[in-house]
Ligand binder design. Structure first.
Ligand code: BYC
Length: 308
C-alpha cells in the first residue's frame, strides 16, 4: 500500500488496517490516542474501585465489581489495538507511570461518597459515550472495532449510574444532598473530558482530516450538555452553572465559561489525586512483575518443547 492508497482509503471512508502503509504521523497519533485511552480505562478503575468494599448492599457491590472489571477489559482491548501498530505494552505502562503519557483528567478527582459512583456512571460514562460513539467510525480498524463493544458496555454503565442516582433521589434528604453535592463536584470536570476548546486543540485539524476524530472537542461538548440538561431535570438535581440557558436561535443550551487553567493544571500532574493514582499504578505494576516474568518463562519453555 502506498501513500495514494492510504489517501484513497481515508477519502472513501474505509478502514486502515495494521499491515497497511500509513504515514508515520498517523501511526504516532493513533498510538498516542489509543494509549491515552487505554491508560484512562486502567487508571479509571481506581476512583470507583475504592468503593467496592464500602458498597451499601450486596447488589450494589456486585454491580460495581462488574463495572470496574469491564473497565479493565476496555484497557486490555485498547492496549492490544496499540500493539497492532507496533507499540509495546510494557513500554506504554512505563511511559504512563513515568508521567510521559497522559490519561484522562477526570480520574484525578476524589470519590467522596457513594453518590460519586452514580454520578461517575451518569456524567463521566455519559461524556465517554458522547466522545466514543463517533470513534466507532474512526479510520483505524482495530480501534473502531474495539470501540463498538466498549460503547455498548459504557451505555450499560451509564444506565446503572442513573438508576443508582434515581434510587438515592427517592430516598432521604441526606441522600438527595449527597447526590447534589456529587453533581456539583463532577459537572465541570466532566465538561473538560472533551479536551481544550477547538482554537486551542493542536491535534484536532489533522485528526479530523485523517478521520480519526469525526467531531471537534467543542461540538461533542455541546452535544453532551444538550443531552445532560433534560436528564438532570428528570433526576431532580441542579447543574452548578447559573449561565445554563436554552438558546432558541442556536437550538442548543448555552453554558458558562470553563476554567481552562484547571484542565491544564490537572493534565500537567497537579490535580487533587494525580500522585495517588500514579503511585497505585506503579505499585500494581511492580507487584505484578513476577506474574509477567513467570508467564514469559512459561511461554518460552512451551515454545522450546514444541519446537522440533
Ligand atoms: N485529559 O489536541 P487535543 C472512560 C490532551 S475513559 C487529559 O484536543 P486530541 C472511562 C490530549 O490528549 C475516557 N489529557 O487532543 C473509564 C493532547 O495530548 P498530547 C478516555 C487531555 O487527542 C473508566 C493535548 O491534551 N477517553 O471513559 O485531538 C471509568 C491536546 O488536546 C484531555 C478517551 O481517551 C483530558 N481531558 O483530543 C469510566 C477518548 N483533553 O498531544 C469511564 C479518546 C485533551 O499533549 N480520545 N488532552 O499528547 C479522544 O477522543 C481525544 O484524544 C481527546 C483529545 C478528545 C481526549
Amino acid at each position: 500500500m502506498t501513500e495514494a492508497v492510504f489517501a484513497e482509503t481515508i477519502a472513501k471512508d474505509q478502514r486502515v488496517e495494521p499491515r497497511d502503509w500509513m504515514p508515520d504521523g498517523y501511526r504516532k497519533t493513533m498510538i498516542r490516542q489509543i494509549a491515552q485511552h487505554a491508560h484512562s480505562e486502567i487508571i479509571g478503575m481506581q476512583p470507583e474501585g475504592e468503593w467496592i468494599t464500602r458498597a451499601p448492599s450486596l447488589r450494589r457491590k456486585a454491580i460495581l465489581l462488574a463495572k470496574v472489571q469491564d473497565e479493565a477489559g476496555h484497557g486490555l482491548y485498547l492496549y492490544s489495538a496499540a500493539e497492532t501498530l507496533g507499540a509495546d505494552r510494557g513500554d506504554l505502562t512505563r511511559r504512563l507511570i513515568e508521567g510521559r503519557q497522559k490519561y484522562s483528567s477526570i480520574f484525578n478527582y476524589p470519590t467522596l461518597s457513594f453518590a460519586d459512583v452514580g454520578v461517575i456512571g451518569w456524567l463521566v460514562d455519559g461524556a465517554a459515550i458522547c466522545n466514543q460513539v463517533p470513534l466507532c467510525r474512526s479510520s483505524f480498524g482495530p480501534y473502531a472495532r474495539a470501540m463498538i463493544r466498549i460503547c455498548k458496555e459504557e451505555s450499560f454503565h451509564q444506565r446503572q449510574g442513573y438508576e443508582l442516582l434515581m434510587t438515592m433521589m427517592g430516598g432521604t434528604q441526606a441522600q438527595r444532598d449527597m447526590v447534589q453535592d456529587a453533581v456539583n463536584r463532577w459537572w465541570w470536570p466532566s465538561l473538560m473530558m472533551f479536551g481544550p476548546p477547538d482554537d486551542q486543540s493542536p491535534n484536532s485539524a489533522q485528526s479530523m482530516a485523517w478521520k480519526i476524530k469525526r467531531h471537534t472537542n467543542d461540538e461533542l461538548r455541546q452535544r453532551y450538555v444538550d443531552m445532560s440538561v433534560p436528564q438532570a431535570e428528570a433526576l431532580g438535581v441542579t447543574l452548578p452553572d447559573p449561565d445554563l440557558s436554552w438558546n432558541d436561535e442556536r437550538g442548543h443550551w448555552d453554558f458558562g465559561a470553563i476554567d481552562w487553567s484547571e484542565l491544564q493544571r490537572v493534565i500537567s500532574g497537579d490535580g487533587p489525586c494525580n500522585a495517588l493514582r500514579i503511585e497505585n499504578r506503579r505499585r500494581a505494576d511492580s507487584d505484578g512483575a513476577w506474574v509477567r516474568e513467570a508467564a514469559a518463562a512459561h511461554a518460552a519453555r512451551h515454545q522450546e518443547v514444541a519446537a522440533p
